[in-house]
Design a protein around this ligand. Sequence first.
Ligand SMILES: O=C(O)c1ccccc1NCC(=O)[C@H](O)[C@H](O)COP(=O)(O)O
Length: 215
Amino acid sequence: MSAAVRVKICGVNSPVALDAAASAGADMLGFVFFPPSPRALTPADAAALGALDTGGAERVGLFVDPDDDAIEAVLAALPLDVIQLHGGETPERCAAVRARFGLPVMKALGVSSPSDLDALAAYAPAVDRFLLDAKPPAGAELPGGNAAAFDWSLVAGRAVPRPWLLAGGLTPDNVARALAETGAPGVDVSSGVEKARGVKDPALVRAFVAAAKGN
Ligand SMILES: O=C(O)c1ccccc1NCC(=O)[C@H](O)[C@H](O)COP(=O)(O)O
């Protein structure tokens, strides 16, 4: 029997969203610390959410090319279980963040061609997990969370040297097919469970987790 699919709901930015994801059985809750995002939290917002029960889900803090002070400020407000780096961080920077904060690092890599996966080998010693995502479409304002999918055949059956999540354009309607076609051990979603940009829909969150976990 294959291991249970791990599910991350990203862009959790309200008590309603947190409760929906936690009660649906999400394994990871993503908190965005990138001010231009409509999903972004301030450290004060994070402190309020940090008081809520995650139901055992890991708290993942998402940063884009952060300096150490930015991560410090968040950690002072909200204990994190994982740091997601979603910018142009080098393997050396990922290793430095992991050493400085003593937390697992999940590195997001954009995928649009086979050669993008060559970077996995260089990052593997420096990180604990990968998130394989679509590259931002032309003109996008955000490096992620754009409801854009990539060609799943690029990662189908691929030996990824760390636990990983498939991301980009997933929805309750396509996640089971994405898992079947790629063999990914886990999935990440943001836009596909929103009723408006930056606003999670509890019913879509429940439907996504159920579809990903085969319930
Ligand atoms: O979601 C954001 O607002 C965001 C902002 C800046 C960098 C990354 C961001 N999201 C990264 C994620 O992990 C998303 O969940 C991932 O890109 C998938 O997004 P979507 O295609 O919208 O499901």
